[in-house]
Design a binder for this molecule. Structure first.
Ligand code: HEM
Length: 164
């Protein structure tokens, strides 16, 4: 796995999510177009972690209690969460759908679902990141701190991923 690519994609995904959580700050037009465009970042994130996901799928029943198993289940919930946010977002869309000539009559339930799914998914994403905190710190140190330090140290958390 490419640590640098992963780090920047993860950071962009998380930062984008936080911006999406504040539609009143950005205005609804930016909120809608930005999140629809950001789906690309999410797809790259999923593709980059596909090997990890498949490896854990095959090992799922081997080791019963492990943080990676919890994160595996969490990542499925986060995935379902994003699908719910996007579908409910499109159902209440005031800009994107009308732009394509589609008009879905606004329904109160979709607004509630959009709000609830956003808040729950943010919470799940925070735990998802917290469970990989060792990786975040190691990648942060390597990419943003190590270049200013000499000589470079090989971090054991990242060495395995790089095949060192
Ligand atoms: C990661 C993706 C997204 C996140 C995290 C997100 C999050 C949110 C949040 C937190 C709100 C405020 C809810 C409230 O306080 O009532 C909101 C409102 C809204 N979102 Fe999203 N959203 C996302 C994607 C989308 C998409 C794709 C669309 C449509 C194309 C959309 C359309 C809307 C609309 C129209 C509102 C305003 C609802 C109102 O007027 O109360 N959202 N979104």
């Amino acid at each position: 796995m490419n640590v640098k690519l992963n780090f920047w994609v993860d950071l962009a995904t998380f930062a984008g999510f936080l911006v999406a959580m504040e539609p009143r700050a950005t205005g609804i037009t930016i909120h809608e177009w930005f999140t629809v465009a950001a789906v690309g970042t999410l797809i790259v994130h999923f593709v980059l972690h596909w090997d990890w996901f498949m490896k854990l799928t095959s090992r799922f029943f081997v080791k019963l209690f492990h943080s990676s198993r919890l994160n595996y289940l969490l990542s499925i919930l986060v995935f379902i969460g994003f699908i719910s946010i996007m579908v409910s977002g499109l159902m209440i869309s005031e800009r994107v759908l009308p732009f394509f000539g589609l008009d879905v009559p606004a329904r109160f339930a979709w607004r509630r679902i959009h709000d609830l799914a956003s808040n729950l998914t943010l919470l799940l994403t925070a735990v998802h990141v917290a469970l990989r905190w060792d990786w975040v710190v190691a990648a942060f140190t390597r990419i943003l701190i190590d270049p200013f330090r000499k000589p470079r140290k090989i971090d054991p958390v990242l060495a395995e991923e790089d095949g060192i």
